[in-house]
Design a protein around this ligand. Structure first.
Ligand SMILES: Cc1cc2nc3c(=O)[nH]c(=O)nc-3n(C[C@H](O)[C@H](O)[C@H](O)COP(=O)(O)OP(=O)(O)OC[C@H]3O[C@@H](n4cnc5c(N)ncnc54)[C@H](O)[C@@H]3O)c2cc1C
Length: 371
């Protein structure tokens, strides 16, 4: 594209910080760079007309781990690592709420529930057995018991009589959160160019040359926050992981309120606007879902519908309104990568299924890593 003198001068000259990706991490990084360096010229390049990864696609759980997730994490990490991650997720949520305000993101502290199917005796017994130990582990941070048991009250079908309850869990309206964050970043003076795919870059001694699909220019620092798409631009161990979702049409007198985890978190659902939003099923086809292509598959979508019919809404007549997918970035370790990769090159990626919780904090951490 042959840009004008004005376009080059006003948009692409003297750029101090270029951020690739306008997800929750990129936007928070931009916000904190502006707080640190108010006069800096911060530019975000985003390939989608809207953010096009996970931040506008997710389920909006403001969560830091269900009972079975924490038990599972303890099998692969030390107690200290697990506790640090929970603290990070909780503090990240506090930062998100503080940055944008509960009203703007429609934060509701309705609690989180974990359901166990009648067939899943092993997991149910394990959770019954370990709840006290987990509450003790979390006590120094929360100063009270996090998990308790509630009765199913026959709301759900084929589910054990006891349901694990986490009173610290909440939910947000993902769309409101991202719209408010985008607005705040733009008010802070950050420029965002949408529909602008970054193809490649090359590092000079004190700058980085960027090649987008439309133009080339130089920036003092380049920050990659492309999460599930990161391996296309940086050599870090990040795999894409597609996650599929569906939402019902509004249901009269919907009796379900809160965020729900089922089958070790492989499925998750919540209420929103008198509807049920349900996602998951990636474990049915891990290999097929390891992709950066958006899309829905028959196998996973029919399983989600079956769960609605048989477990979640067994006595309701409902219709599916809409289906979509998002792309996450995952790896061997359940830990984000926040680091300097070159003289003027940085990244904040691999947020897994925790980005609503830790995204604000990772963005802030990244901004403070950069000189
Ligand atoms: C269906 C689903 C449900 C989820 N539910 C939850 C939940 O309930 N709670 C929770 O905590 N987390 C959840 N997550 C995870 C959470 O959404 C992510 O961890 C978080 O959004 C990651 O934010 P990010 O900024 O790192 O990445 P993203 O939001 O993916 O942003 C990366 C951006 O980079 C852009 N980009 C990529 N490559 C390029 C390029 N070459 N040039 C320009 N732009 C580029 C993309 O378009 C994208 O906008 C869920 C994720 C999905 C998909």
């Amino acid at each position: 594209m042959n840009l004008s003198y004005w376009e080059i001068k006003s948009w692409l000259t003297n750029v101090d910080y270029t951020i690739v990706g306008s997800g929750i991490v990129g936007l928070n990084c931009a916000l904190h760079l502006k707080l640190r360096y108010p006069k800096a010229n911060v530019l975000i390049l985003e390939k989608g007309i809207l953010p096009q990864g996970a931040s506008t696609k997710n389920a909006g759980f403001a969560c830091f781990g269900s009972l079975s997730e924490i038990i599972d994490d303890l099998e692969n990490h030390t107690e200290d690592e697990v506790l640090r991650l929970i603290e990070k997720r909780y503090n990240g949520l506090e930062l998100l709420r503080e940055t944008l305000g509960d009203k703007a993101i429609d934060y509701k502290k309705w609690g989180g529930f974990e359901l166990f199917t009648e067939q899943d005796d092993d997991l149910y017994d394990k959770c019954l057995k370990h709840q006290e130990k987990i509450n003790k582990l979390l006590h120094p941070f929360f100063k009270t018991d996090v998990f308790s048991w509630q009765s199913n009250n026959c709301v759900f079908n084929n589910i054990k009589s006891k349901i694990s309850f986490n009173r610290f869990e909440g939910q947000i309206d993902t769309g409101k959160m991202m719209a408010t964050l985008l607005q705040k970043v733009q008010i802070a003076g950050v420029r965002i160019l949408n529909n602008c795919l970054v193809n490649s870059y090359s590092e000079d001694l004190d700058s980085v040359k960027i090649k987008t699909e439309h133009f080339e220019y130089s920036t003092s620092k380049l920050i990659i926050t492309t999460n599930g798409f990161a391996s296309e631009l940086i050599g870090q161990s990040i795999k894409p992981a597609r996650a599929q979702v569906l939402i019902t049409k509004p249901i009269d007198e919907l009796h379900i309120k809160g965020t729900f985890h089922l089958d070790r978190g492989y499925y998750y659902f919540r209420n929103i606007d008198n509807r049920i939003l349900l996602g998951g099923g990636r474990h049915l086809d891990f290999k097929g879902e390891e992709t950066t292509e958006f899309g829905e598959t028959q196998m996973i979508q029919s399983k989600l519908e079956e769960l609605l019919q048989t477990i979640i809404l067994p006595n309701e007549i409902f219709e599916i309104d809409h289906r979509w997918s998002g792309i996450m970035g995952i790896g061997e370790q359940k830990k984000a990568i926040v680091k300097q990769l070159g003289n003027n090159l940085y990244c904040g990626v691999r947020l897994g299924g925790m980005g609503v919780a830790i995204g604000s904090l990772i963005g802030k951490e990244l901004a403070h890593l950069i000189e």
